[in-house]
Structures are given as structure tokens and as C-alpha cells.
Design a protein around this ligand. Structure first.
Ligand SMILES: NC(=O)c1ccc[n+]([C@@H]2O[C@H](COP(=O)([O-])OP(=O)(O)OC[C@H]3O[C@@H](n4cnc5c(N)ncnc54)[C@H](O)[C@@H]3O)[C@@H](O)[C@H]2O)c1
Length: 254
């Protein structure tokens, strides 16, 4: 799998899955624009050298996304690959969710993916081809308690993916990687919301058929596969890397 001379844009690339994705893309020859709203982004990608630039961006803000994509193109040329990975979590059921929290989660997780797709697709069309990979979740298909805004946003990503796949075929492919629990700062933030973080970690391990939690590199490898020409026959698909969660019938409801 080679990405020699390709221009890739990775959102949420200052940590976790996004950072691993940027690292692998650089290792395999791509030039990578890493977009994140974190001030730590520049420091995080410094080891990647000159083939990666950090652009401080709030993906939920249209002016930010437009100028970040312009800067990526000015630096590395038209965009070949977009990875819509940036996301935030909020824990609440609908009746306790503030409009502010709802808008924050939807703003980053789905509006951010729309805005980034909008400006990168314009570039991909000028270039004559491209590949977009959204990072969804097992929660694009199922829910757990008190995660309504996140589940709604991750489910909406699948609709955005299908629309892009249909509207821009055969020039641009669009797919979604759907992981379950991954060992990243997002998981550790979620664990810390509980009085017993280790119990949450153990519970996460137990709920997967494979009795393990994914490493961010494993998810990054799948993102790269879908972005690459090896996946030339795949578009509009949600591909799960989720430890087999949810495939086993656990018992009767009665
Ligand atoms: N960690 C998990 O267990 C898990 C499980 C399933 C899916 N996912 C998904 O994987 C993806 C990566 O998550 P992660 O675990 O690496 O999380 P993470 O928190 O380590 O990384 C997310 C990054 O997104 C950035 N970000 C947040 N809001 C932003 C904004 N408005 N603009 C730009 N950047 C912003 C953050 O600063 C952070 O660097 C996300 O889409 C997440 O929903 C994670």
C-alpha cells in the first residue's frame, strides 16, 4: 500500500486514531495536513517531519474548514484523501440533553464531516479522483444508555457517506470505518466519568466477543486500506472493526 505523492487531510489528528492515521500515511509516502482544534497538535505531529503540517482548525466552523483546506492545497497540492475522524462525546439521555450539548456533538461529528467533505470534494473534482473515509462507530448501528447525541451523529455519518458515494461515483469513493472501543484518550476520558474507571475498562473488554480493546493502529490500518487503491471496488460501505460486538444473541427478553 503506497501513498507516494498523495495529499491527505486528517481531522482530529492531534491524538488517538487520527494521529496514528497521519503517522501511517506519512510512513507510506503521503503528505498529510493534520487538522485539529487542540493546541497540542503541532507538538504531536512534530516527529512526522516535513511531510506533515498542522493546521489549527475547528471542523464545525465553515470559515475554519475552508481556509484549512486551502492551506493544505497550497502546501501539498489538490486533495486525494480525506479522513473525517474528529469527534466529541457527550453522555446524556434525550430528556437531559441541553441544546448546547446536542449542537456541539452534531456540530463536530456530522457538520464537521459535511464541511470538510464539501471543501475537499471540490479539490478532488479538480484533481479527477479521491477517497473519503469517515470514522463512525459501532454506535452507527446500535446504542447504549445515555449517549443519544453521539449515536445520532454517528448514525447520520452513514447517510452522508451514502450520499457522497452516490453523487460523486465513480470519481470519488466514500466509506466509513466503524470501530468499537479503542484505547485512546477518548476512552480514558469516558472511563474517568465513572467513579470506578478500571471497572469500565474491564466491562469494555468483556462486552467484545474477542475479549479485547482495539489499538488505534489497527483502526488506522483499516482507514488506510479503504483510502487506498486496494479498495478500488468498495464504496458506500460501513466496515466494522469492532471485536465482534453485538453479533451474539445474549438471551431472551422475557
Ligand atoms: N475511542 C473509542 O473507543 C472510539 C470508539 C468508536 C469510535 N471512535 C471514533 O474514533 C474517532 C477518533 O477518536 P479517538 O478515540 O482517537 O478520540 P480522541 O479524543 O483521542 O481524538 C479526537 C480528536 O478530535 C479532535 N477534535 C475534537 N473536536 C474537534 C473540532 N471541533 N475540530 C477539530 N478537531 C477536533 C480532538 O482535539 C482530538 O485530537 C472518533 O471519530 C471517535 O468517535 C472512538
Amino acid at each position: 500500500m503506497t501513498f507516494q505523492n498523495k495529499t491527505a487531510v486528517v481531522t482530529g489528528g492531534a491524538s488517538g486514531v487520527g494521529l496514528e492515521t497521519a503517522k501511517l500515511l506519512v510512513e507510506r509516502g503521503a503528505n498529510v495536513a493534520v487538522l485539529d482544534w487542540s493546541d497540542q497538535g503541532g507538538e504531536a505531529i512534530a516527529p512526522l517531519g516535513e511531510k506533515a503540517i498542522f493546521i489549527k482548525t475547528d471542523v464545525s466552523n465553515e470559515a475554519d474548514t475552508q481556509s484549512a483546506v486551502t492551506k493544505a492545497i497550497d502546501t501539498f497540492g489538490e486533495v486525494d484523501i480525506l479522513v473525517n475522524n474528529a469527534a466529541v462525546l457527550a453522555y446524556s439521555p434525550v430528556h437531559e440533553t441541553s441544546l448546547e450539548d446536542w449542537n456541539r456533538v452534531m456540530g463536530v461529528n456530522i457538520t464537521g464531516a459535511f464541511l470538510m467533505s464539501k471543501y475537499c470534494i471540490q479539490s478532488m473534482l479538480r484533481k479527477g479522483g479521491g477517497s473519503i473515509v469517515h470514522v463512525g462507530s459501532a454506535q452507527s448501528f446500535m446504542s447504549q444508555e445515555k449517549v443519544a447525541p453521539y449515536v445520532a451523529s454517528k448514525t447520520a455519518l452513514l447517510g452522508l457517506m451514502r450520499s457522497i458515494a452516490v453523487d460523486y461515483t465513480p470519481t470519488i469513493r466514500c466509506n466509513t470505518v466503524c470501530p468499537s472501543t479503542i484505547d485512546t484518550p477518548m476512552l480514558h476520558w469516558a472511563m474517568e466519568q465513572s467513579p470506578d474507571p478500571q471497572a469500565i475498562y474491564d466491562e469494555c473488554v468483556d462486552m467484545h466477543l474477542l475479549e479485547r480493546i482495539a489499538q488505534p493502529q489497527e483502526i488506522a490500518e483499516l482507514i488506510l486500506f479503504l483510502a487506498s487503491d486496494l479498495a478500488a471496488n468498495i464504496t458506500g460501505q460501513a466496515i466494522r472493526s469492532d471485536g465482534g460486538i453485538g453479533i451474539k444473541i445474549e438471551g431472551s427478553k422475557r
